[in-house]
Design a protein around this ligand. Sequence first.
Ligand code: MSS
Length: 363
Amino acid sequence: GQAPATLPEFAAWKSLNDLIVHSANTMETRRDAIGSGVLTPSDKLFVRNNLPAPDASIAADRDAWSVNIDGVNNPRALTIAELKTMGVETVASVLQCSGNGRAFFPHGAGGTQWSVGAAGCVLWTGVPLKTVVNALGGVADGMNYITSTGGEELPAGLDPKTIQVERSIPLAALDRAMLVWELNDNPLPVTHGGPLRMVIPGYYGVNNVKYVNNVAFTPAQTDTKIQVSSYRVRDIGVKGSADQPSMWEMNVKSWVTSPLETASRGRTMIYGVAFGGSQAVASIDVSLDGGQNWQAARFLGPDLGQFAWRPFVLAADLAPGEYRVVSRATDSQGNSQPENRIDNERGYGHNGWKDHGITLKVT
Ligand code: MSS
C-alpha cells in the first residue's frame, strides 16, 4: 500500500484508514473501503477542493447563510432558514469527480491520480431549486444555463475569473437541481460544501458547487476558467476551449470492490458498485476471464433511485488459479460501459471496463 499520511485540518474528522491522501485538497476512498456499501459513510467520502477550503467558522450560524438568486422574475437573497420553509426533499446520488479513473490513462494525464475512489453514493437533503425558482416568479426569459458560484474567499492579487469555482450547467437540469444543507442525515460538513451546496444528481462533481452563495439563471455560460477551458474533453496535447464537451452528465460505470487481490478456493462472493450516471443503472455483468465470458450479477440492497449506485454481488466457485475480474454495467437506455477508455488530455470520464478490472489470485 500507500505511505501513511495525515489528514488536513479541514478534513481531520475523516477516517484516515479508509482514504488515500493525494494532497491537502484531494483524498480518495480506498477501493476496499466500499465493500457492499449501499451508501458511502460521510467519513469515507472522497474530498476534492480546487481552492483552499473556507474556515469552519462559515458554518457557525448555518441558518443565517444566504444565497442570492438571480435571473428569475423576482430576484432576491434567501437564507437557509427561509429555504427550509419552502420545501424539502432527500435524494440519493453518486458524487463523482470528472477525473475519477485518471490513474489508468497511460499518457500520464495531468491532475490528481484518482483510481476508482473519487466517487461515493450519499444522501442529500435540501430544497429543489425549482421550488425556489417558482416562489420567485419563475426563470426570467432568455435564460439557458444555471450558474452557481462557490463562496471561497479568493486570494488577493489574482484575477478572480482564473480561480473562482463558478460553473454553468444547462437549464434542463433545473428538474433535478437541489440546494442542500444535509449530507447523510447530518448537517452538511464544510468539508463537503456546508452550510449550503448546489447538487445536480447525475452530473460530475465539479458542477456540485460547495458553499454556494449565488445562483444565477444566465443566457450564456460563465466566463470563468473552470468553465471555459477546464473540465473540457479533448484529444491528448490539445488545449481546453469552450467548443469542446464540458464535464456535465455522467456516464454508466462500475467496478469490483472485493475481493481485490486474493481469495481461497471454493465459493467466493464478488462485490462491486454500479451506476448509470445520468440514467438509472439497469443491469450488471461480471467476467472472471477478462471479458471473454460474462455472467449476470445481482443487485444487493434497496434501490435508492435513478441517481444512486447499486452494490452488486456474484457468487463464484473458484478453482486455484489467476482470474481477471471485470464488471460491465448497462443503464436504463441500453448504454453499456465500453471496453476501452477514450484517451483524452486530462483523463476525464473514464468508464472503460477493461482498465477497471482486478487480478485475483485464488489459492
Ligand atoms: N465547489 C467549490 N466551491 N470549490 C471547489 O473547489 N470542487 C468541485 C466540486 N465543487 C469544488 C466545488 C470538484 S472538482 C469536485 S470533484 C467536488 O466538489 C468534490 O466534492 P467533495 O464533497 O467530495 O469534496 Mo472534480 O469533477
